[in-house]
Design a protein around this ligand. Sequence first.
Ligand SMILES: [Zn+2]
Length: 147
Amino acid sequence: MDERFLADEMLGRLARYLRILGYDTEYVREEDDDAVRARAEREHRTLLTRDRALARRTAGSALLRSPHLQEQLAELRTQIPGLVLAPRFDRCTLCNGELAELPASAARPPGAARAGPVYECRRCGHRYWEGSHTRQIRGFLLHLGPS
Ligand SMILES: [Zn+2]
């Protein structure tokens, strides 16, 4: 996953989905446009924004017109033809940290299925496992057509 993204504050849901797809996606916290642009450049990230003026001033950014996640993903795929819409579940949706599989000997978190791997975020410690949530995401992405 070569492409790295910086999503502006109007694109929080899209940022979480891009993390599910395995893309290194940080979320804008800087208030000032110049700081946002400087960060995108410093970290070699494609800025994703719904702000037309900001997109115009930022080389290599992607302007997204739709407020809806499904359409945003379609728009992004038009602008970045190599974008792969297959979920990888190897990044934390909360903080963008990378996930590592817990050893089989580790205690399983309450609520986790009895079988199957459990993953832990190396940055914030949040845990993930296969369940209804991941099934829902796979179904949603299926609607977008083949990746
Ligand atoms: Zn995390």
